[in-house]
Design a protein around this ligand. Structure first.
Ligand code: BG6
Length: 482
C-alpha cells in the first residue's frame, strides 16, 4: 500500500524542457551543445569526443534541440496547471546552473534567473505541488567545461559552493528535497555529460577519477550547505540504478553480474556511507590511479552523507564474467550485447522489467537503509496522434502501471519509498539522442525533432489514467480503466 503523503510527481530536467537558452541573461550550458542530426540513425549518434567536434557541429549548422526544449520558460503556468490536473503533488525538476551563474565563475548571480525559479516555485505551490530540485542535471555553464575542464578541476568546488549557497538560501522555504547531481554514477562511462570532462573512459581514467572525486566532494558539500541553509528540507543525491542478470549459471558470470552492480553503486556507497568501498580502492590500486585527496576531504565525505537516495530506473541488463563499468568506454560498451529473451523491449531496445524494479528497491534498501525515491521511470515511444487528435498510449499506461505495482510490492516488502516521479509528465527533448520523437510524456507536445510545430499541449490517455492513480493514492492501478 502506498503510504499517506506519498509523492505523486513527475520528473523533468531544465536542459531538456526549459528552452530559452539565451534569455534574460542565461549563459550557455554544456547541454546546449548536444546535437540532433536528422540524418544520423539515433543508435549511431556521433559521440562527443572533444571540443573541436562540438565547434565543428556548430559551424556545420547542427541542430541543438535542448536550446529550445519545449519552451517551458514561456509556458510554465499552463504546464504546471496541467500537472495539477493530473493530481501531481510534487515535481522533480532541476535548476539550470547557467541561468543563475551564466558563466559559472561570475562573482554575482543573475537576478533574472533567480526570479524565474521564484515564479515557477510559487506557481507550483499555488497548485499544491512541492518542488523536488536537482542542482545539476547533466549540465554546467559551458565556460566551466572549456576554460576549467569540468570537475577534473578542483576550482569548480569554489563556483559550486557559490551556486549552492545562492539557491539553497534563496529557495530554502520552497523545496522539500534537494538532489545534488543527476545520475552521478554515470560519470564513469559518460564523462562529458556527467562531469563536463572531455575524455575517453578507456584512455583517460586518471582524469575521470579525478573528476569523480571532486564531484563526490561537491555532493558532500551540497549536503553540508543544505543542512545549514535549508534545514527543513532533506538533502540527497541520485543514481542510475543498474540491475543486471547473470548471463548463465556459471559462477564466474554470477560474480561478473554482481561486480557490475557493485561498481554501479560505488558512488552511492561513498554518498551514503561516507567512504570509498574496498572494491573501488582495489581497482584504483591495481590500475595505478590516484585520487586527488587533500586534507579535510575524508572528513567532508564522512560527515555529510545523504538523507535519502533518489534513483532512475528504466531497464535491466544482462552481464557476464567480463562485464565491467570501471574503465570501459561509454555506457554501451559497459554492457555486453546480450538481451534477456524473457523480456520485451522498447523501440530503443531498453528491456521492460518491472520485477527488476522491485529487486532494485529491495537491494538498495538492504544496502543503505535510507529512504528511497524514484525520480525517473518511463517508456520512450513513438506516439501517433489519432484522428480524434489524441494519443492513445495504452503501452505507456501498461508500463507505468506494472512499475507502480512493483513499487507497491517493494513497499509491502518493507522498503521505505516516499515518491514516484514518472519520466515525464510532458514530452521533452531526449537526453541521450536529443530527439523529440522519443516521447515519454503524459501530455503530448506538438513539436518535431527540428523544433517545428505549434507547441500545443494535448493530454494523452495516460494523463487521465495517472489522474485516476493519484486520486486513489495508488490503490487503483488497473491499466484498462481511466
Ligand atoms: C536519464 C536522464 O538517464 O534518462 C534523463 O537522467 C533522460 O535526463 C532519461 O532523459 C531518459 O533518457 P533519454 O535519452 O531517452 O532521454
Amino acid at each position: 500500500m502506498f503510504p499517506a503523503g506519498f509523492q505523486w510527481g513527475g520528473g523533468l530536467a531544465a536542459n531538456q524542457f526549459e528552452g530559452a537558452w539565451d534569455a534574460d541573461g542565461r549563459g550557455p550550458s554544456q547541454a546546449d551543445f548536444t546535437r540532433y542530426n536528422a540524418k544520423l540513425d539515433p543508435t549511431d549518434m556521433e559521440l562527443i569526443s572533444g571540443l573541436d567536434t562540438i565547434l565543428r557541429w556548430e559551424k556545420e549548422g547542427g541542430v541543438f534541440p535542448k536550446r529550445w526544449g519545449i519552451d517551458f520558460y514561456h509556458h510554465f503556468r499552463e504546464d504546471i496547471a496541467l500537472f495539477a490536473q493530473m493530481g501531481m503533488n510534487s515535481l522533480r525538476t532541476s535548476i539550470s546552473w547557467s541561468r543563475i551563474f551564466p558563466h559559472g565563475d561570475d562573482a554575482e548571480p543573475n537576478e533574472a534567473g533567480l526570479r524565474f525559479y521564484e515564479e515557477v516555485f510559487r506557481c507550483c505551490h499555488e497548485h499544491g505541488i512541492t518542488p523536488v530540485i536537482t542542482l545539476s542535471h547533466y549540465e554546467m555553464p559551458m565556460r566551466l567545461v572549456t576554460e576549467y575542464g569540468g570537475w577534473e578541476n578542483r576550482q569548480l568546488l569554489v563556483f559550486w559552493e557559490r551556486y549552492c549557497r545562492t539557491v539553497l538560501s534563496r529557495f530554502s522555504a520552497d523545496v522539500s528535497h534537494w538532489i545534488a547531481f543527476n545520475q552521478i554514477n554515470s560519470a564513469l562511462f559518460d564523462p562529458f555529460t556527467a562531469l563536463g570532462v572531455l575524455a575517453d573512459p578507456t584512455r583517460d581514467e586518471q582524469r575521470i577519477w579525478t573528476g569523480v572525486h571532486h564531484q563526490l566532494l561537491a555532493n558532500a558539500l551540497a549536503v553540508k550547505l543544505g543542512h545549514e541553509l535549508a534545514p527543513r528540507a532533506r538533502h540527497g543525491s541520485m543514481i542510475i540504478e543498474v540491475n543486471a542478470y547473470p548471463r548463465s549459471t556459471d559462477p564466474l558470470d554470477n560474480f561478473g553480474a554482481y561486480r557490475y552492480r557493485q561498481e554501479a553503486l560505488m558512488h552511492s556507497d561513498v554518498m551514503a556511507r561516507g567512504e570509498y568501498p574496498g572494491f573501488a580502492r582495489r581497482y584504483l590500486r591495481e590500475h595505478s590511479i590516484e585520487l586527488p585527496w587533500q586534507p579535510g576531504d575524508a572528513d567532508l565525505l564522512r560527515e555529510n552523507t545523504i538523507d535519502f537516495l533518489a534513483l532512475s530506473y528504466y531497464t535491466s541488463e544482462v552481464a557476464g564474467a567480463a562485464t565491467r563499468i570501471f574503465g570501459v568506454g561509454g555506457w554501451g560498451a559497459a554492457r555486453e550485447e546480450m538481451k534477456n529473451p524473457l523480456l520485451q523491449r522498447t523501440p530503443w531496445g531498453w528491456q521492460i522489467d518491472p520485477v527488476g524494479l522491485r529487486t532494485s528497491l529491495n537491494r538498495l534498501w538492504d544496502r543503505y537503509r535510507i529512504p528511497l525515491v524514484i525520480v525517473e521511470n518511463g517508456i520512450g515511444e513513438i506516439d501517433q496522434v489519432g484522428e480524434d487528435g489524441r494519443v492513445h498510449d495504452d503501452y505507456r499506461i501498461a508500463y507505468v502501471s506494472a512499475h507502480l505495482d512493483a513499487v507497491r510490492e517493494a513497499i509491502d516488502d518493507g522498503v521505505e519509498v516516499f515518491g514516484y516521479h514518472p519520466w515525464a509528465p510532458i514530452d521533452i527533448i531526449s537526453s541521450g539522442t536529443s530527439e523529440m520523437k522519443k516521447r515519454y510524456g503524459f501530455i503530448y507536445v506538438d513539436q518535431d525533432d527540428e523544433g517545428h510545430g505549434s507547441r500545443r499541449r494535448v493530454p494523452k490517455d495516460s494523463f487521465d489514467w495517472y489522474r485516476k492513480v493519484t486520486a486513489s493514492n495508488g490503490a487503483d492501478l488497473d491499466p484498462t480503466t481511466f
